[in-house]
Design a protein around this ligand. Structure first.
Ligand code: NAD
Length: 436
């Protein structure tokens, strides 16, 4: 059975009222810091980013014109190890967004027990031509990537800061970063970036790692809630690396993917969609919309389709105080970083929705990135079974830690995850002391 669209797209009004991601990250930090009674001095340190680099750099476009792009690379905290975090190419990239994403990376790495600090990067550009109507050519993307890499080279390096893919950045882009960095150093340095193609020292399982980790924690949540995943209705916002793999992996275990979307809009069929057919359709047409046998709907409508598991896998600020009261799901597994605002969190908690927060749900990506970095440094590569086994061990332990702390302290899962992560970073910071 297909269902009719429920209301008009509110994307435009939502963009106008967009929550500042950095303010949101700080609000989440403060809420968890209150719970663990973090000292004022430690709040001062952990509530700020350590380094913020903004670069404006020219790129020659294919029509001969030169455009100056603005990019950022931010380190939030590196007390537990080198900065780790993706690079985003998107028209809406701002310094505040990159700072928020860097802070979330600090907590995520600490939450998972991975020896990295938090970093993030981004360039304000429009690779798919979503705003300009003209997608960037491969040559333009390569030139932009090589110049941006050169501009941020004062920060990156295997022992200092290890970038990875994020929205609109791919294994090919990681390969260009690795090559540019290696050219400047005069020899091949694979471990400067993760998410590379396997032929260049990438890790098996890295492509699907984020979605695999999401499935692992959804399976744990289902056991915890005594809920069957067989035929469970799944809705996914965003059909890129995280979202598309999540659809296939959930379909693989017998769940029913009923609605998916990308930046243009979505499709729904409550009888279920076939991820391989969606994949084919998206490859041929550039979007999931107009899929045969499904109804189109907007991204705003998609989030309100009744389901058992909702996976936001696009951008920040999607589940807000406006739509949270209308969301009808048992589990939200946050593949995206920062999809839920603090106000929405409170509403969902009151409604009894089991939220698996971003710093736990999507941590499969950084965990396998960590494996890739370790394999590159050792020049010794692991097989698929070993990587999946190690990932499952880390995801399961983290899930149990969060649920246990949330139940003991009567707080929601996000606050519990942040309490755990912030305590670990605070402990490392305290033990290192303040230099000089
Ligand atoms: P991607 O570029 O591969 O895919 C993004 C998808 O979201 C695309 O299908 C795009 O069309 C869609 N999209 C963009 N704006 C949208 C909107 N307003 N509404 C609906 N869909 C929209 O990116 P990705 O790597 O899959 O990242 C998606 C999210 O997952 C981001 O928040 C990212 O930070 C997070 N994440 C990614 C990884 C990873 O390993 N790739 C790891 C952890 C977290």
């Amino acid at each position: 059975m297909m269902i009719a669209p429920v209301r008009e797209d509110t994307t435009v009004t939502r963009l106008a009222r967009r929550t500042n991601p950095w303010e949101m990250a700080v609000e989440q930090f403060n809420a968890a810091a209150d719970k663990i009674k973090l000292s004022d001095n430690m709040r001062e340190i952990l509530g700020n980013c350590k380094r913020e680099l903004t670069v404006n750099f020219p790129v020659k476009l294919s029509d001969g014109k030169v455009h100056v792009f603005t990019g950022h690379r931010v380190h939030h905290n590196v007390n537990r190890g080198p900065a780790k975090g993706g690079i985003r190419y998107h028209p809406d990239v701002t310094l505040d967004e990159v700072k928020a994403l860097a802070m979330w990376m600090t907590w995520k790495c600490a939450m998972m027990g991975i020896p990295f600090g938090g970093g993030k990067g981004g360039v304000a550009c429009d690779p798919k031509g979503e705003r300009s109507g003209r997608p960037m050519t491969s040559r333009e993307l390569e030139n932009l990537t090589r110049r941006y890499t050169t501009e941020i080279e004062i920060l990156i390096g295997p022992d200092r800061d290890v970038p990875a893919p994020d929205v609109n950045t791919t294994p090919q882009i990681m390969a260009w970063i690795m090559d540019t960095y290696s050219m400047h150093k005069g020899h091949t340095i694979s471990s400067v970036v993760t998410g590379k193609p396997v032929a260049l020292g990438g890790s098996l399982v890295r492509n699907e790692a984020t979605a695999l980790g999401i499935r692992m924690v959804i399976e744990q949540a289902a056991r915890h809630l005594d809920m069957s995943l067989e035929d469970a209705r799944v809705v996914i916002q965003g059909y890129g690396n995280a979202g598309a793999f999540a659809a296939s992996l959930m379909h693989e275990i017998g769940a029913r993917v009923i609605a998916v979307s990308d930046s243009r809009g979505g499709v729904v069929n409550t009888d279920g969609l076939d991820p391989s057919a969606i994949e084919r359709h998206k490859r041929e047409t550039g979007s999931v919309m107009d899929l045969k046998g499904a109804d189109n709907l907007t991204n705003a409508e998609l989030l309100e389709v009744p389901c058992d598991i909702l996976i936001p896998a696009a951008l920040e600020d999607q589940i807000t105080a406006t739509n949270a009261p209308r969301i009808q799901t048992k589990i939200i597994a946050e593949a995206a970083n920062g999809p839920t605002t603090p106000e929405a969190d409170r509403i969902l908690h009151d409604k009894g929705v089991f939220v698996i927060p971003d710093i736990l749900a999507n941590a499969g990506g950084v965990t396998v990135s960590y494996f890739e970095w370790v394999q590159d440094l050792q020049s010794f590569f692991w097989d698929e079974a070993e990587i999946k086994r190690k990932l499952l061990a880390i995801m399961s332990r983290a899930f149990e830690d969060v649920v246990d702390l949330s139940e003991r302290n009567h707080v929601d899962n996000r606050t519990a995850a942040l309490m755990l992560a912030i305590s670990r970073v605070a402990e490392a910071t305290q033990m290192r002391g303040i230099y000089p």
